[in-house]
Each structure stands twice: as structure tokens, then as C-alpha cells.
Write a protein that binds this ligand. Structure first.
Ligand code: SAH
Length: 256
């Protein structure tokens, strides 16, 4: 294992999308903790985008990485999805899956019932408009891209990788809330008390956040916390050092 902790510009070069998928989304018996975390997120996403009534016109998915599981329920609740990531290599993986290219990642274990599989790919493809650049550490996270305010911002397991301290996390929260229409929803999952995480043999920085810090940051950014679900499940120690995960649904003040 290499001793170096990757951050910043190095991060962009060293993050290997396929290794990331193999580490966290392998769906076999060797990765019980990772599967539990995926199930926790899928269940909460399903509840959020069906019974909790978070739906509308446009959803902005910031920091999807090379994954699509977060869109399986969202694609049925929104007319359009705009994805934005920090790294060029991640959207290439997603495009392979959308186009069924050779070597595309097999997401079928995350999809149930199985007969819906084809429908899902067909639903995600037309709703996911081009991919934008996202830097959570900028006050205008989507840079010069012109995106009218959206109904929902979805960001899972990304800000704790991107922000180097709690102040940066708070500022990133404000940046994401600024993308929302008044009354829009910000939906996020955060791996708590993270120290670092591995992608292949490379170690990446992770921010130590408590559940209360996450809720407070979102409230200070102008959102009401509608629901905050916590699970004590942590990643396998060989992959990531963290303690617990939370899934938060918030709403920007209608008067903001
Ligand atoms: N959301 C995915 C991937 C998380 S991997 C999942 O649920 O598994 C961590 C993500 O943080 C990557 O997509 C990476 O692009 C993003 N990231 C890292 N630094 C960032 C920054 N400065 N701004 C925005 N995103 C960043």
C-alpha cells in the first residue's frame, strides 16, 4: 500500500474509476459492508423519490463518480437529470454503461425487479443531459455553465471526499443550495467520521464529519432538514476508515 494521501490536482490524475467500482460496488460475498451501504442508499433513494414526494422538472446530480445506482429511482421522478463531476474519467464509465459498450460495468445486481432493467437504462439515457464540470470548492460550483435553478440537487458520498475541512464543507453546502429553486430539495448521503478511502492501492483524503455537523451545515445554508436517516454500518476497514453513514433530505426555504 502506498503511504501518500492523494488530494487536489493529484486526485484528478490518480482516481481510477474502474478500481473505484471494483472496490465499492462488487456485489459479492467478499464485500458485505459495501453491499449494506449500497442497500441503505438504494432504500432511502427509493423512499425519497416515491413516497416522500421529491419530484419535479430538473435534478442536478453532483459528483456521481462512475456510478448510476443513485439515478435508478430519481429517473422516474424527474424529467431531466444534469450530471456534473470533477473528474473526466468518471463520465466515460457511465457513458459505456448507457451505450452498452464492451467492458461496461454490470449494474444489474443493484436493479430489482430484474425485469425493469432495460426500462431503467432507457429511462436514464434520455433524461441525462451532457456532463458538466463541478468543483465543490468554488463559490459557483458549476463554473461558467449556465444552468437555471433546479428542483433537486442530489449528491452522494462526494463532499466528504472533496472538502478539506468543515468550513470548506459548509461553503460547498451553500454552493449546492445556490443551484436550487426556492422550495427545492437537496438530497445527500455522507459517510461519517471518514479518515481516508482506498481506490486500488491508492489512498485518498476523507473529511471527518459528524451527523450533527452535516445537518447544521445544511440548515445554515438555508435548508430545513426534513429527514435524516442514520445507519451505523461502516465500510470494510481495508477500503475506507469511517464510522456510520447518514442520508439526509432537506428543503430550501420557499422564501430564499
Ligand atoms: N457518488 C459516487 C462517487 C463518490 S467518489 C458514489 O456514490 O459512489 C468521490 C467523488 O468526489 C468523485 O465523483 C469525485 O469526482 C468527487 N470530487 C472529488 N473532489 C471534488 C471537488 N473538488 N469537487 C467536486 N467533486 C469532487
Amino acid at each position: 500500500m502506498e503511504g501518500k494521501l492523494y488530494t487536489g490536482e493529484d486526485y484528478k490524475k490518480e482516481f481510477d474509476s474502474q478500481n473505484y467500482l471494483k472496490t465499492y460496488y462488487t456485489f459479492d460475498s467478499g464485500t458485505v459492508a459495501e453491499n449494506e451501504i449500497l442497500k441503505f442508499n438504494l432504500k432511502n433513494l427509493f423512499e425519497t423519490f416515491s413516497s416522500a414526494g421529491v419530484r419535479g422538472d430538473v435534478l442536478s446530480n453532483t459528483g456521481p463518480g462512475p456510478t448510476i445506482y443513485q439515478l435508478l429511482s430519481a429517473c422516474e421522478a424527474f424529467r431531466e437529470i444534469i450530471a456534473s463531476d470533477h473528474l473526466q474519467q468518471n463520465p466515460q464509465e457511465v457513458k459505456k454503461w448507457l451505450k452498452k459498450e464492451p467492458g461496461a460495468y454490470d449494474w444489474s445486481p443493484a436493479m430489482y425487479p430484474r425485469k425493469k432493467k432495460k426500462k431503467k437504462r432507457n429511462a436514464i439515457d434520455p433524461v441525462s443531459r451532457g456532463l458538466l464540470k463541478w468543483d465543490s470548492n468554488q463559490p459557483h460550483p458549476l463554473g461558467p455553465a449556465q444552468v437555471p435553478p433546479v428542483n433537486c440537487v442530489l449528491t452522494l458520498l462526494a463532499l466528504e471526499c472533496a472538502c478539506h475541512d468543515v468550513d470548506a464543507y459548509r461553503a460547498a453546502g451553500r454552493g449546492l443550495v445556490s443551484l436550487l429553486k426556492p422550495g427545492g430539495h437537496l438530497v445527500t448521503a455522507v459517510a461519517l467520521r471518514t479518515q481516508h478511502y482506498m481506490v486500488g492501492a491508492k489512498k485518498f483524503f476523507g473529511l471527518h464529519l459528524e451527523k450533527e455537523t452535516v445537518e447544521k451545515a445544511l440548515q445554515e445554508a438555508g435548508c430545513q432538514v426534513l429527514r435524516c436517516r442514520y445507519s451505523p454500518v461502516s465500510y470494510s476497514e481495508a477500503h475506507c476508515i469511517n464510522e456510520g453513514i447518514c442520508f439526509v433530505v432537506t428543503r430550501k426555504s420557499p422564501r430564499a
